[in-house]
Design a protein around this ligand. Structure first.
Ligand code: PAF
Length: 286
């Protein structure tokens, strides 16, 4: 069932809650691909009813980012959700979420601001205000749907860590589940932004997963010094790759690592054909 109004979602969810059903939420910005499908399947397996939100959230895009260009494929998304027997696709208009004619800024709206330490690094460093926008919309979706569980992809690892922190700090009674990255057989992590890449660009984009897999292989051979591990990346990068960051952090606290260990998450961001791509790997897990 496709719903656009907050009130309609609330009514339906209230019915389910009366019946004691367990509700799962998969927040998305649409342009659904296999990565999203893995979240939906996990939600279906763990919950009685599943709500997928499809909302390209204006307040998480910076002024020079791709908000207008971001792929919007609601018909295809709804069909895909139907094949997975999703119970509600919630696709509100921006005015439904933020009010008609409202100027969208933290002068006019109440925002959820995650701690500076968590946002002033990795993606947050170049995307100032991004995680304020993400946490604000996710908190709104949590309040609208009031799910028992919510499902996010590891591809946006910093996002999941920040959302878990928000849920803990604000005592939000929702269980957060992170699902593994889904990759093409080539190793390329699935992303709605892959649509912007040419065939050539897709080949160049493989450097991200190659860099990460090679770092993991070097670690398995006993190299733990982060500077040495970072050096190994350069053999995969050419002038087609505009590296934004390659960082080693604690997988829960996002603290920087000087020596890699079992708690280490390695994250990379790089522009290929001016498309910003991200990927990450747990250095000790499969
Ligand atoms: O990961 C995304 O697609 C978005 O950041 C999210 C969580 C749906 C919030 O808009």
């Amino acid at each position: 069932m496709l719903l656009n109004k907050i009130e309609d979602v609330r009514k339906q969810v209230a019915e389910w809650k009366k019946q004691g059903l367990k509700i799962g939420l998969v927040p998305t910005m649409g342009a659904l691909h296999e990565g999203h499908l893995s979240l939906i399947k996990k939600a279906k397996a763990n919950c009685d009813k599943v709500v997928v939100s499809v909302f390209v959230n204006p307040i998480q895009f910076g002024p020079s980012e791709d908000f207008d260009k971001y792929p919007r494929t609601l018909d295809a998304d709804t069909k895909l959700c139907d094949t997975e027997s999703v119970d509600i696709v919630f696709a509100p208009a921006p005015a439904e979420m933020y009010g008609e004619g409202q100027r969208l800024s933290n002068d006019t709206l109440t925002y959820v601001c995650p701690p500076f330490f968590y946002v002033n690094k990795l993606c947050g460093k170049s995307r100032v205000g991004h995680f304020d926008g993400v946490c604000t919309v996710v908190m709104k979706l949590f309040n609208i749907v009031q799910p028992d569980c919510a499902f996010f992809g590891q591809k946006d690892a910093q996002q999941v860590i920040i959302i878990k922190k928000m849920v803990k700090d604000l005592n939000v009674p929702i269980e957060i589940t992170q699902c593994p990255i889904v990759r093409e057989s080539s190793g390329l992590a699935l992303s709605s932004r892959n649509k912007y890449l040419s065939e050539e660009g897709k080949k160049d984009a493989l450097a991200l997963s190659k860099v990460l897999n090679n770092i993991k292989a070097c670690y398995q051979k006993g190299i733990t010094d982060v500077s040495a591990l970072k050096e190994t990346a350069y053999s995969f990068l050419t002038d087609k790759h505009d590296l934004e960051y390659l960082e080693f952090v604690d997988k829960t606290t996002l603290e920087d690592k000087e020596k890699a260990d079992r708690e280490t998450l390695v994250l990379v961001a790089c522009r290929v054909e001016n498309v910003r791509l991200i990927d990450n790997i747990y250095i000790e897990e499969n």
